[in-house]
Design a protein around this ligand. Structure first.
Ligand SMILES: [Zn+2]
Ligand SMILES: [Zn+2]
Length: 280
């Protein structure tokens, strides 16, 4: 877990130097700290969410996506306590019984105020980490932003960081989960059932695996369909099955070689636009 006090000390030391360079560096350290705060929470949700399924790398959006698809507690404040106490030799069964036993506190997760974090994150870049594109009326080009404006933003971040007091982070979800093992690499994939839409695409969380699955809600159960694209081998006609994610990063005219396991002939697939007529 990130040592926020240390980060604040480092940023304050740069503020004290009070040069254009040190203030710019302080702004960069602030941005890295804000990224870290989001990514360390994302790390706890690796078993649920593949990096390939992230809609963007931006820190706030990653946490928002976890909140919507896995568990909304990712950015919330809560405390965790545990107890091994029994009632008449058995585990408590009712709410009243759970409330009647003694607990040991494990710690508290701090709230991550995402709107504020995102605002600070963007404004640091605007005031310190980019040179504005010049225009006919903008005058000289300066390497550094305005010192006092950068200082104000950095102080806002220090104040934001100082409010984060938690000593614990927790990942995971409460409630029923759908889980299955990847057909190719056997990694366990899972999602909380309450957050599954009618059709959800889920990529394998193993970074070396290109499989993905379509989860379709059918009445009260879920159908898990491996996402593949099928071709016929140009040598022997055998069906070639290629994981759909192999095509995701391809661009116009990119080629993919597919080697047939049956006859060893290489077939080439080329990415090209296709016109689909209403009757085709
Ligand atoms: Zn896999
Ligand atoms: Zn073949």
């Amino acid at each position: 877990m990130l040592d926020i006090t240390k980060r604040i000390e480092l940023i304050n030391a740069l503020l004290k130097q009070d040069t254009e360079e040190s203030l710019t560096y302080a702004a960069l350290e602030c941005r890295l700290t804000l990224e870290y705060l989001c990514y360390e929470r994302f790390k706890l949700y690796f078993p649920y969410l593949s990096k390939s399924d992230l809609s963007t790398w931006k820190p706030k959006h990653i946490i928002k996506q976890i909140s919507e698809q896995i568990d909304h507690n990712v950015s919330k404040e809560f405390s965790v306590s545990i107890s091994a106490e029994k009632i008449n030799g058995r585990s408590p069964a009712t709410k009243e019984e759970y409330e009647s036993i003694a607990y040991t506190s494990l710690g508290t997760q701090s709230e991550l105020k995402l709107r504020k974090l995102d605002k600070l994150y963007n404004s640091l870049a605007r005031v310190a980490l980019h040179i504005p594109v010049p225009s006919i009326s903008s005058g000289d080009i300066n390497i550094y932003g305005k010192k006092e404006i950068i200082r104000k933003k950095v102080e806002d971040v220090i104040s934001f960081l100082s409010d984060i007091k938690g000593n614990l982070l927790m990942g995971g979800s409460f409630g029923e989960e759908l889980s299955f093992n990847c057909l190719a690499c056997d990694t366990k994939l899972k999602r909380p059932i309450k957050n599954l839409q009618d059709r959800t695409v889920l990529s394998c969380i193993n970074p070396n695996c290109v499989e993905s699955y379509l989860i379709e809600k059918k009445n009260n159960s879920f159908e898990i369909i491996r996402k593949v694209i099928k071709f016929s081998c140009s040598g022997c006609g055998e069906e070639l099955v290629v994981p759909a994610r192999n095509f995701q990063e391809l661009r116009f005219e990119d080629r993919l070689d597919i080697c047939c396991g049956n006859c060893d002939v290489k077939s080439k697939v080329i990415m090209r636009p296709q016109l689909i007529t209403p009757n085709s």
